[in-house]
Design a protein around this ligand. Structure first.
Ligand code: NAD
Ligand code: MLT
Length: 311
């Protein structure tokens, strides 16, 4: 019987599918050295974002046929090294789309009405209504950077809430943007016109630090920015400074350059205008079942000798 190592916590539904065709070992939180020492016995590896599947892990995995990432991004897998070794890397490109989009929308609403700080204030014994005068999103302009699966869902919901939509995405057509009710604009225009900016792009060489100090300086002082996509898209030090100095109205981040967030990160100091969540975009019961089933089925198929859909 083939052996599958599950090295991050994934939904039981995925484990059950794998158990029909393989011996499944769940070993989460393994130090890298332990992972390298046990990986030679496994035919497949199933992960989320916790396990770093480095070149060394892949080279030690002499029997590995497939690595499955229960989520969208395969940033934590050295895909080039896997490909060189003939190992297929698969993911779940759509399983957490709705969850991530809804988290971005929740962040936008929370930022506008100071929900986290107002909650904390009441629980601490205060009743301070004056400190939390928010802003409405109705009739405001939402600037979407990235109009793919998640960006489009955010756009559709935002439209229904009465927002005007503009987007920057050089890889989609005007027709597609029009279908969604969005006007495609250059990045500079989006940054200057939007009341809310939300990022839904992968982190690549082209997008790293896309929102730097210069871009932040062009935003309206009343504008707010949300990143539920990937860390490294926004210059975190420059963002913390812009929020602290009131040069922009606020920011909400789910993802960071380094995760977990460093203890001394300047972002921790942003007060009620900076909301941070610990990479929760995909953390709904529904999304976790979707991604686990999606990836487990692909691993099962490869172990049965069927063709794979690679990431
Ligand atoms: P997608 O591939 O459907 O869409 C990405 C869009 O970005 C595409 O339309 C593409 O054309 C566009 N794009 C690429 N490079 C660009 C650039 N330089 N400038 C502007 N647009 C660019 O991906 P998706 O499923 O919508 O996911 C978006 C991001 O969200 C990914 O980075 C993904 O890893 C992340 N994500 C995060 C969470 C979370 O837990 N926070 C959950 C799911 C996905
Ligand atoms: C993804 O890439 O799917 C998200 O970042 C969510 C996750 O890490 O599980």
């Amino acid at each position: 019987m083939p052996k599958v190592l599950v090295s991050d916590s994934v939904d039981r539904a995925g484990i059950e599918i794998l158990s029909q065709v393989a011996q499944v070992d769940e070993k989460t939180g393994l130090p890298l050295s332990d992972l390298i020492s046990i990986i030679p016995e496994y035919d497949a590896l199933m992960i989320r974002s916790g396990t770093q599947v480095t070149k060394e892990v892949i080279e030690a995995g002499a029997q590995l046929k497939i690595i499955g990432r229960a989520g969208v991004g395969v940033d934590n897998v050295d895909v080039a090294a896997a490909t060189r070794q003939g190992i297929v890397v698969v993911n779940s490109p759509e399983g957490n789309t709705i969850a991530a989009a809804e988290h971005a929308l929740a962040m936008m609403m929370s930022l506008s009405r100071y929900v986290p700080d107002a909650n904390h204030s009441v629980k601490s014994g205060d009743w301070n209504r004056k400190a939390f005068i928010g802003a409405e999103i109705y009739k405001k302009t939402l600037g979407l950077i990235g109009l793919g699966k998640i960006g489009s869902h955010v756009a559709n919901v935002a439209k229904a809430m009465g927002m005007k939509l503009i987007a920057y995405d050089p890889y989609i057509s005007n027709e597609r943007a029009e279908q969604i009710g969005c006007r495609l604009v250059e990045l500079d225009v989006l940054i200057q016109e939007a009341d809310y900016i939300t990022l839904h792009i992968p982190r690549t060489e082209e997008t790293a630090n896309l929102i730097n100090a210069e871009a932040l300086a062009k935003m309206k002082p009343t504008a707010r920015i949300i990143n539920c996509a990937r860390g490294g898209l926004i210059d975190e030090a420059a963002l913390a400074e812009a929020v602290k100095e009131g040069r922009i109205a606020g920011a909400a981040l789910d993802v960071f350059g380094n995760e977990p967030l460093e203890e001394d990160s300047p972002l921790r100091d942003g007060g009620k205008n900076l909301i941070l969540t610990p990479h929760l975009g995909a953390s709904t019961a529904e999304a976790q079942v979707n991604v686990a089933v999606d990836v487990a089925e692909q691993i099962r198929d490869v172990l049965l000798g069927l063709p794979a859909r690679s990431a």
